[in-house]
Design a protein around this ligand. Structure first.
Ligand SMILES: Nc1ncnc2c1ncn2[C@@H]1O[C@H](COP(=O)(O)OP(=O)(O)OP(=O)(O)O)[C@@H](O)[C@H]1O
Ligand SMILES: [Mg+2]
Length: 408
């Protein structure tokens, strides 16, 4: 592991492997990639690019960094947040691929997360990458998570593909023990094992879990104390959902997710703007989300589960299908600011149930949304014009006091 010198970095970053011997797992693939990179010094190989495909947190990006470092090569990196439309590939990436380095060192070009190429310019973007690969004078290494991404089809033809596997339980525990040691943290073997079990082969997640466990400074070794909440599952679902622009794939992601439907809508509402950056994408995205919420409201009210398929469709087209301009970028998702908890278990708020029910019946949307969009608005209106309280109260057939602003 690298020497611990920057305590402000999250542990997966702080312990990013600097050399290949520090990378665990996928040793055959890594050895072949290294041999291929070295072969460039003799002659141009038949395939000028390789593609590392595998789930998150298993060392794809780390391998490329360690390789460049170990071979003292210049690493030119284009990651998913960079502009990857046809034009920028033809200029920026092409320049990096066709020109020699200033100091004469060999170069590696990393196109990280190529399954996250942009929406409408997808086709052009992939075509441009293919052309750059064919004429590159430097090795190009690409990474991706989703082997089914339609974008990758054309890339498969021009590069050597290396599937990267999840990291084994034993490898994960050995890295965790080493990291615990370097951070002078006492962690029992049982905790290490539980973290490794929970990680499902994702080493980055395991290192993060270890970090939270150590920083929580607890002696509690129960599974609960070290199991992250649904957050990781949620983030994984959102990430996979936003990564695609194909509604069929998005639908599959949604139907395979274990997330509670209500939570899913809340998380999407909170995070949609991170991926849909143009006004029209955002408009269309929220339209899809509202329709999905409407469907969800009906499902819950009438237990009409046949509508679930529509809800998925609205979300799939709203979220994935509408991302036509903004490229996929890796982002940190925020937890919904308005969790259900706010109106759960609070005695005074319980009384609002009648109002929410009445409003939900009238408007046809879920009680949760009613609370946020209609109820608060009505209360504000009443604040401004107290006289209208009686109209609202009789319209909704509820007590007037329930429509007053309260301090809680
Ligand atoms: N195989 C590994 N060996 C050692 N450390 C690893 C390995 N895989 C992941 N890590 C740790 O997790 C961090 C993140 O790994 P990395 O960025 O390479 O994941 P990735 O496979 O590229 O994931 P993503 O698909 O999300 O980009 C690394 O900085 C390192 O600390
Ligand atoms: Mg990566």
């Amino acid at each position: 592991m690298i020497p611990v010198n920057n305590d402000s970095l999250p542990w997966p970053e702080k312990h990013r492997p600097r050399t290949l011997d520090l990378i665990v797992g996928n040793s055959d693939a890594i050895a072949s990639i290294k041999a291929w990179v070295l072969s460039w010094s003799k002659s141009l190989p038949e395939r000028r690019a390789v593609l590392l495909i595998g789930p998150p947190g298993i060392g794809k990006t780390a391998t490329v960094g360690a390789l460049a470092n170990e071979l003292n090569m210049e690493l030119v990196e284009f990651n998913s947040s960079d502009n990857r439309n046809k034009d920028s590939i033809e200029t920026l990436v092409w320049r990096a691929a066709s020109q020699q380095t200033l100091d004469g060192r060999p170069r590696i070009i990393l196109l990280d997360e190529v399954d996250g190429l942009s929406g409408t310019s997808d086709r052009g973007g992939v075509g441009a990458i293919v052309r750059v690969i064919q004429d590159s004078v430097h090795p190009i290494i690409m990474t991706a998570n989703d082997p089914d991404s339609p974008r990758l089809k054309d890339l498969f033809k021009v590069c050597q593909v290396y599937p990267f596997e999840q990291i084994s339980h034993d490898c994960i525990t050995s890295v965790l023990i080493q990291i615990a040691k370097e951070n002078h943290a006492e962690v029992t073997q049982s905790v290490i094992n539980q973290i490794a079990d929970n990680s499902a082969g994702d080493l980055r997640a395991a290192i993060s879990d270890l970090e939270s466990y150590v920083k929580r400074n607890t002696k509690d070794s129960s599974v609960e104390s070290i199991t992250r909440d649904a957050r990781r599952g949620t983030e994984e679902t959102l990430r996979r959902l936003f990564m695609t622009t194909d509604p069929d794939i998005a639908r599959k992601v949604l139907s395979e997710s274990d997330l509670d439907h209500d939570d899913l809508v809340l998380w999407l509402e909170e995070n949609l703007h991170l991926h849909l950056l143009t006004e029209s994408e955002l408009n269309d995205g929220f339209d899809g989300l509202s329709l999905a919420d409407l469907a969800l409201g009906r499902i819950m009210r009438n237990q009409d589960w046949k509508l679930l398929s529509y809800m998925y469709d609205f979300l799939a087209t709203g979220v994935a299908g509408n991302r036509t301009v903004t490229p996929y970028r890796k982002v940190s998702y925020s937890q919904p600011m308005w969790p259900l908890l706010l109106w759960q278990g609070n005695r005074s708020r319980d009384k609002r149930g009648d109002v929410l029910y009445a409003l939900s019946k009238l408007t046809g949307v879920s009680k949760r949304r009613v609370m946020r969009t209609h109820f608060d608005t009505i209360v504000e209106v009443i604040e401004l014009r107290p006289r209208v309280i009686k109209d609202f109260a009789s319209w909704l057939n509820v007590e007037r006091t329930l429509l007053k602003k309260r301090s809680d």
